[in-house]
Design a protein. Sequence first.
Length: 90
Amino acid sequence: DAAPAEDAAPAEEAKKEKKKETYIVKLVSYEVAKKINVVKEIRAVTALGLKEAKEFVESAPKVIKKAVPVAEAEAMKAKLEAAGAEVALE
């Protein structure tokens, strides 16, 4: 009975490792005083126009990008947080 449980553990670890290769970058919230900076960063990241980026930020929480490589996701998170946004990597 112990063997099946041991076989299940590596399979679960493999799934976790695959998920860590890419992230979903999500805008959770932002500081109202820094909204303009957050909108600028969202525009840079998503290539949205000014109006679309403003509406995107105002509709937080919202997914910014899906299937982003780890390094790019962390860099994006750092830039957005520096601008005043709260960002989650999922």
